[in-house]
Design a protein around this ligand. Structure first.
Ligand code: ADP
Ligand code: MG
Length: 898
């Protein structure tokens, strides 16, 4: 049906969070489709068929349940158990014109719940794969629900009134369903559905614990104790085969025997008992599960996953510490940890329980507290992405903290983070763990990224504050919680003990902040305030003889002068007492961030109360400076213009996707695309590779060289050894340049065959390109953040120069521009010492096309254009490779559960 083969079943969330099953219909669905139509009201039927004809209904049922019609497709929405058809979408195309008629019907009870939108979203993806370029829906003008669905899609619908019927045309060709508008609309719908589906998990009306047996030291009993201690206000029960009561809580043998079906069941039974219990919960109508049990077999895992999906449940775990939520009215502590999250404003999601406990402890101690806590464990279902959506909607949450090995679908993560980050800081720890993954990749592009592209920059681009350690994360969280963001990088360092101030100033500079000298007025002002031996430039050393009041005045003057964006106070107790006390008698919020370094007062970080808030006090200068630098980076991210993703109207996504699918059906494990397919895939995205031909012996090479020589500089050609296992041709002596004449070509062929030996399968003949600046442009994948576009100085010196920048996709115009302007080769690109500037617009255009290709073809693991030769009159790609890897995701942005 599409290039991914038969689409399998997917589960997706309707707008109200209900899980529905989407799958293509088969002959056995005929009766269910009929049943849905028969149950439809006369009004609904009329809107669908413009008349309530039983013949149309029968024909529809027949048509959609007959598979394999070219250019046509149908998709059913069913209740999550697959029992009842609740919606049908179909498109019936004319393969010649590329137009297809779209029809949608949704069961009465499911109107207004987003099922129609979901079906059309999937139909759009299927129809595009079927090479349909326009979907046309004939709609009665008063069919408001249908018109609203079409409107909300975020696609540019063209309406025409023809003989009393609205003819709504949705163009699918070229760029449209990849536009930001469509993807943003999709993301908004997904967020709403996602949040709705998580309500029974985090705000359950009733909870049952399974696995709280007679032994008081069991995990289940600890869970029960925590639930009770947190004063859970809903109905609490225990699932136990024999007991009627555990720890004062009524017990029942199975979920269906409970007086009230619980929203949430917390599962702490042994691994072998989990699958059956989960299935029982689903049958009984339980909506959400937290599975703390670990150690299930893959077979058990598959059964659990299947039950969760079939019964439309959401699930946290397995192998986790549990979840907690501290809203006073609906407090829930379904963890078996001994640290109880205090009510507060940080959303916390962790993989491992230990980190969760440590973080909770720190946030409690700082008085930040926790709004929602989730230890996600093995993440069968609920992922970091779900948590981000939840926190975005949750008004109690003001910052999001994720400590996870992966966040969920990387492409979605970077999009969701960019949205959430606009309103709430998103914090994580990046231990650089994907370096090893990248090392495994073969190309220059991938290898280039490992040492030179700071991952911090990528997280920053996604609006994520990535600390290097858990300690640093807590240090930043404290600052973001207590103080305003700085408007810039200029810091004043004020100390009362010379050495400490200098250390603090150094730490600020190391962290990327600036410690600029003050202006003469401010210096004079401070000199008048401070004793004779004081240093009044920046850093300021007040000397140990000043009291706390004078120090405070000093801070006020510095801030009032307006030269700096933040103040770092390095304080030591003196014979005059502890100056910190006087500082804390002043206001906590001075409009710009103020942080204190006081090794005697704080181990790592503390938030000490001042007037109207708190002031962060750090135990060492480095931690304080790092926290401030992160706050500065966030402020810059928030104010930096976002740029726009240019629309590319001439990309042929269908061809690129079919090429990927064909290659992967031949090579299921993936690999490098052969030259012809590589050039075709790039060509589909408007990236032209320098002309080339493949020759299998010397005489063929000579003949092709004659053909290509007129295109080359001075009539010269290039010969390159080709073989599927040769990655870097120059490394094996496999490139011969500037060949003029038959003899030179013949000799070069023999030479290549001799040097490269059995690895060589054929040679590639190319015209010799005019010289210019050699650049590298490519795509690689970050396992956490998704595809990256990489750019830098290229050619065979790529690795030596180590000049590479990278940006997450989708690349905006500003991203592309900053990649060029920020590269070491910038002077060469923009014209240097009288040399003419190169075609920078042409280079940026290639970067945008690579970005789109990476986003449209999820199987694209790496692309490597190296070199790209840039000259004033244009850009020539003389060497290109693409590596594909199998992906089972159909469309990375399509709404579906994992
Ligand atoms: P590899 O990267 O596998 O070693 P390339 O095809 O990139 O092989 O060739 C290596 C170098 O040879 C390039 O960096 C470039 O300097 C030069 N070169 C390759 N093809 C051409 C060409 N058609 N015209 C001019 N120079 C070329
Ligand atoms: Mg190369």
């Amino acid at each position: 049906m599409n290039e991914f083969g038969t689409p399998h079943e997917v589960w997706a969330l309707a707008a109200d969070g209900e899980t529905v099953l989407l799958r293509p219909p088969g002959p056995e669905d005929r009766d269910r489709v009929l049943a849905m139509h028969h149950a439809m009201s006369a009004e609904n039927l009329y809107l669908r068929f413009f008349g309530a004809s039983q013949t149309s209904v029968r024909e529809t049922a027949e048509r959609v349940s007959t598979p394999g019609r070219v250019g046509c497709g149908a998709l059913l929405a069913l209740t999550h158990d697959g029992g009842e058809v609740i919606g049908v979408v179909e498109y019936n195309g004319d393969p010649r014109s590329g137009e297809a008629e779209l029809a949608l019907a949704v069961a009465d009870a499911w109107h207004g719940r987003g099922v129609g939108t979901l079906l059309i979203e999937h139909a759009v993806t299927m129809a595009r794969a079927d090479k349909v370029h326009t979907l046309v829906a004939d709609t009665l003008p008063w069919n408001r629900p249908m018109l609203r669905v079409l409107e909300d899609m975020g696609l540019p619908v063209r309406n025409r009134l023809v003989a009393g019927v609205l003819n709504c045309a949705i163009p699918l060709d070229g760029d449209i369903p990849s536009t930001e508008r469509y993807l943003t609309a999709l993301a908004r719908r997904e967020a709403l559905a996602d949040v709705a589906s998580l309500v029974p998990l985090f705000v359950p009306r009733s909870v049952a614990v399974a696995g709280a047996g007679h032994r008081a030291d069991s995990v289940g009993r600890a869970l029960l104790r925590n639930l009770k201690a947190a004063h859970y206000a809903g109905t609490l029960a225990v699932l136990h085969p024999t007991a009627t009561e555990v720890d004062g809580v009524p017990a029942f043998p199975t979920p269906d025997r409970l007086p009230e079906v619980p929203d949430l069941v917390v599962v702490a039974v042994p691994a072998e008992a989990v699958p059956a219990l989960v299935e029982d919960c689903g049958r009984a109508g339980v909506r959400a599960l937290v599975v703390v049990t670990s150690g299930g077999t893959p077979e058990q895992a598959a059964r659990v996953h299947d039950s969760v999906r079939r019964h439309g449940m959401r699930m946290v775990g397995p192998n986790c510490l549990g979840i907690a939520q501290t809203d006073p009215g609906t407090a829930l502590n379904a963890t078996f940890g001994w640290v109880v999250p205090a009510p507060g404003s940080a959303g916390v999601a962790v993989q491992s329980g230990g980190v969760g406990i440590a973080l909770t402890e720190q946030l409690n101690r700082l008085g930040i507290g926790v709004s929602t806590f989730a230890s996600l464990g093995d993440k069968y279902d609920v992922s970091g992405n779900d948590m981000l959506q939840w926190w975005q909607a949750d008004t109690r949450t003001s910052m999001a903290i994720l400590h996870l090995e992966s966040f969920g679908n990387p492409r979605k993560f970077s999009r969701i983070a960019r949205t959430v980050g606009r309103t709430k800081p998103v914090l994580t720890v990046d231990a650089g763990r994907s370096a090893a993954g990248r090392r495994a990749a073969g190309s220059h592009t991938a290898a280039a990224v490992t040492p030179t592209v700071a991952r911090g920059a990528l997280f920053r681009q996604a609006g994520v504050t990535a600390a290097q350690t858990l300690g640093d994360l807590v240090a930043v969280a404290a600052l973001l919680h207590a103080q305003p963001l700085p408007d810039g990088a200029a810091v004043a360092v004020i100390g009362n003990a010379g050495g400490a101030g200098v250390l603090a100033a150094d730490a600020c500079v190391d962290a990327g902040l600036a410690v600029p000298r003050f202006g003469p007025d401010l210096e004079a002002d401070l000199r008048a305030l401070l004793p004779a031996g004081a240093a009044c430039a920046n850093p300021v050393d007040t000397t140990a003889t000043v009291d706390g009041k004078t120090l405070r005045r000093c801070v006020d003057r510095v801030l009032a002068a307006g030269h700096v964006d933040a103040v770092v106070l390095a304080l030591a107790p003196t014979a005059l007492g502890d100056p910190l006390g006087d500082i804390l008698e002043g206001p906590a919020d001075r409009g710009r961030p103020v942080v204190v370094i006081a090794p005697e007062r704080a181990a790592a970080v503390e938030l000490l109360p001042a007037v109207g808030g708190t002031v962060p006090v750090y135990g060492d200068a480095r931690t304080a400076a790092v926290a401030l630098a992160h706050a500065y980076e966030r402020a810059m991210w928030l104010t930096r213009p976002r740029g726009t993703v240019p629309a590319l109207i001439d990309v042929d996504r269908g061809t690129a996707r079919s090429l990927a699918a064909e290659f992967l059906s031949r090579e299921p494990d993936g690999g490098w695309l052969p030259p012809r397919e590589c050039a075709r895939m790039l060509g589909a995205y408007g990236i032209e590779v320098s002309p080339w031909r493949q020759a299998f012996d010397a005489e063929e090479a000579v003949a092709l060289a004659r053909e290509l020589a007129p295109l080359g500089v001075d009539g010269a050609v290039v010969l390159k050894a080709y073989g599927p296992h040769i990655v870097h041709k120059s490394d094996v002596g496999g490139v011969r340049l500037r060949l003029v004449g038959d003899d030179a070509v013949r000799a070069a062929f023999t030479d290549l065959a001799y040097r490269v030996g059995a690895l060589m399968e054929s040679v590639v003949v190319q015209p010799m390109a005019a010289s210019g600046v050699e650049l590298i442009a490519g795509v690689t994948q970050d396992e956490v953040l998704g595809p990256l576009v990489v750019f830098g100085l290229g050619g065979v010196t790529t690795d030596v120069l180590g000049d590479h920048g990278a940006r997450l996709t989708p690349l905006t115009d500003l991203d592309a521009h900053s990649l060029l302007a920020g590269s070491r080769g910038a002077p060469l690109l923009y014209g240097h010492r009288g040399a003419a500037p190169t075609d920078t617009a042409g280079i940026e255009d290639i970067l945008h096309r690579l970005s789109r290709l990476a986003d449209d073809v999820p199987q694209l693991a790496e692309a490597d254009l190296n070199p790209l030769v840039a000259r004033p009159d244009g850009v020539t790609v003389v060497d290109a490779r693409i590596r594909l890897a199998p992906r089972h995701e159909q469309d990375p942005y399509l709404r579906r559960l994992r």
